[in-house]
Design a protein around this ligand. Structure first.
Ligand SMILES: Cc1ncc(COP(=O)(O)O)c(C=O)c1O
Length: 376
């Protein structure tokens, strides 16, 4: 399909191509110097003394977080239902039980700290918060809650690279912060992710778990820095490769500018909607901290059936929309989990996500809004 306005578009140029070619020309394709450079640049970008471990996806980052933090069978992890399924899957990978909490309200789709508090039981070990669309959760409240109840805090920052809470980078507040570099994310390596932590021993464990539980990498052995290795525990192959790390380094460098461009588009979208159709409600309007503006979701004044027609009409006009998200507890694989999340259920049928990417033109933004108003 040739979209007039695709849902997202990549911002890749000559620099990424050159970096990828240089990685290929180096003749060393995985777990080498570019990974180390990417990790160190990412750690510098988030600051706060965090260390970064490059992995193959955010899903891998979440899974490794669960293992490294010692979460397992019999434990409960509280998380939103209004998020991508990988969040709950990661909880299940280690045999723990996902417990779904509601969002704050119809116009704040982040997980509610009061609902999380109400769902804490003696089995609760951790809370996984997701900075929805790039907008920070109420970090102060979550850190206080985690401290009070001695809970682990995992930040899913897949939507929020370089987003901040009161000037400090998201991902640096929790025990771990997990990032995605999947194709449609604010910065991409195609597939890829990063897990960060301020706890050096946790970081060591994450590094070992990322590569089969092996204590020395092939590159260290190639460089003559190690001659043998031990397998310390059951690990995985969740490594990133040098080509992706090379692309990631370029994308990371561009990220502040890409996020600024996203913000401008969101500001324009909001102004047009307020002017042309205030009945379409836009969440996260009371910004108190800096978002990374990953996606632009809105609430249509209609039900799920009418939404289907609107999505079809938008498609006929060449505009690709999406939905973030169908709540996890409504999927067949999660039908055994009961979820008391009335606000999530109330809005789920009316959510539509409009196209958003750094290269969007003013004409495209206006076309999306006039078309949406027309369709409604
Ligand atoms: C909130 C959230 N968490 C986790 C993931 C999983 O990311 P990845 O595809 O890198 O595994 C995604 C991806 O879309 C996401 O949006």
């Amino acid at each position: 399909m040739n979209w007039k306005v695709p849902f997202f578009d990549l911002d890749l140029g000559a620099e990424e191509k050159q970096a990828a070619m240089a990685a290929l020309d180096s003749n060393w394709l995985t777990a080498g110097p570019r990974i180390a450079e990417f990790e160190s640049a990412f750690a510098d970008a988030v600051g706060e003394g965090a260390n970064a471990v490059a992995v193959s996806s955010a899903t891998a980052a979440l899974h490794l977080s669960m293992i490294a933090l010692g979460i397992g069978k019999g434990d409960e992890v509280i998380l939103p239902s209004l998020t991508f399924v990988a969040c709950a899957n990661a909880v299940r990978y280690v045999g723990a039980t996902p417990v779904f909490a509601d969002i704050c309200g119809e116009l704040d789709w982040n997980i509610s700290v009061s609902d999380v508090a109400a769902k804490i039981t003696p089995r609760t070990r951790a809370v996984m918060i997701v900075h929805f669309a790039g907008y920070p959760c109420d970090i102060d409240a979550f850190v206080a809650l985690a401290n009070k109840h001695n809970l682990l805090l995992i930040e899913d920052c897949s939507h929020a690279p370089l987003g901040t809470w009161k000037g400090r980078a998201l991902g640096t507040f929790g025990d771990t912060g997990c990032f995605s570099f999947f194709s449609n994310k604010n910065m991409t390596t195609g597939e890829g992710g990063m897990v960060i932590s301020r706890d050096p021993s946790l970081v060591d464990r994450l590094r070992i778990l990322r590569s089969h539980g092996i204590t020395a990498s092939t590159y260290q052995r190639f460089k003559g820095h190690a001659y043998g290795y031990d397998v310390a525990e059951l690990g995985y192959n969740y490594r990133l490769d040098e080509i992706r790390a090379a692309i990631g380094l370029v994308q990371l460098h561009k990220l502040p500018e890409l996020n600024r461009r996203r913000k401008k588009i969101v500001v324009r979208y909001r102004a047009l909607l307020a002017e042309q159709m205030p009945e379409i409600r836009v969440p996260f309007s009371n910004g108190y901290s800096e978002s990374s503006y990953h996606i632009f979701p809105v609430l249509l004044p209609c039900d799920a059936e009418q939404r289907k027609e609107i999505l079809n009409s938008m498609g006929e006009r060449g505009i690709q929309c999406s939905m973030h998200y169908r709540p996890i507890h409504t999927f067949s694989a999660y039908e055994d989990v009961t979820a008391d999340v009335p606000v999530t259920e109330c809005i789920a049928g009316s959510i539509v996500t409009l196209p958003l990417f750094p290269g969007m033109t003013d004409e495209q933004i206006e076309y999306v809004i006039t078309s949406l108003v027309d369709c409604l």
